[in-house]
Design a protein around this ligand. Structure first.
Ligand SMILES: O=C(CO)[C@H](O)[C@H](O)COP(=O)(O)O
Length: 232
């Protein structure tokens, strides 16, 4: 059986090849991103000069502990590279993200980056998206109505709950509805539908954002790349 933690760590190690002195990075959230942050911390202590925008409170805490200088979008308007994990990736480098609950900030950071690097283990690539329940971030007011609208799409949304059984609240103060679609036949059409739904803040379909996906596979790392159209 594949050692998924080793694969995440290998992908994280490989991702450092995209990092140069002086860069401003976006730092993702989750266990794979945590490997990157720890490795970057080592490099920073060896003299690498970078600054970074974190995508969650947990990433911010880890980056601070690692001594990585942090900035906000008040300081920078563009990032050189955003590095993050994903829950699923399809052959066109479309993603489902948000398993760690940080999809809103992650999408803002990815959209602000000249290059988006996604790291996964070998369990994440799929022929199509949807086996992983799609996280949909919603405002708390009237979330039940959004859940009802989502159910008209043929899915049974689940309100995400924290350890104590109370609703999970994102860093931006919203709820998450996890939507187990099974297979998403047309991710672009679903994204348009969700974008137009009142009460939906953001969703975990990242369809045109990943430039490079690094997939840890056993001892090696597979590099999947896509050309980016300028001016996105
Ligand atoms: O989207 C995310 C957080 O919102 C994560 O990138 C995703 O859930 C993958 O996490 P992990 O690296 O722990 O497998």
């Amino acid at each position: 059986m594949a050692d998924l933690e080793k694969e995440k760590e290998s992908a994280a190690r490989k991702s450092l090849e995209w990092v140069r002195d002086g860069m401003v990075l976006g730092l993702g959230t989750g266990s794979t991103a945590a490997y990157v942050i720890r490795l970057l911390g080592l490099r920073v202590r060896e003299g690498l000069r970078i600054r970074a925008v974190p995508t969650s409170a947990s990433t911010e805490a880890l980056a601070r502990a690692e001594g990585i200088p942090l900035v906000t979008f008040a300081d920078v308007k563009e990032l050189d590279v955003a590095i993050d994990g994903a829950d699923e990736v399809d052959p066109s480098l479309r993603l489902i993200k948000g398993g760690g609950g940080a999809l809103l900030r992650e999408k803002i950071v990815a959209a602000a980056a000249r290059q988006v690097l996604i790291l996964t283990d070998s369990s994440k690539p799929r022929e199509s998206l949807g086996r992983f329940p799609l996280p949909v971030e919603v405002v708390r007011f009237g979330w039940e109505l959004v859940a009802e609208r989502l159910s008209r799409l043929g899915v049974t949304p689940r309100l995400r709950r924290g350890r104590e059984g109370t609703p999970f609240v994102t860093d931006e103060g919203h709820y998450l509805l996890d939507c187990p679609f099974g297979t998403i036949a047309d991710p672009e059409a679903l994204a348009r539908t969700l974008d137009a739904m009142p009460g939906v803040v953001e969703h975990g379909l990242f369809l045109d954002l990943a430039d490079v996906v690094l997939v840890g596979r056993g001892e090696s790392v597979e590099v999947r790349e896509r050309g980016r159209e300028p001016g996105r």
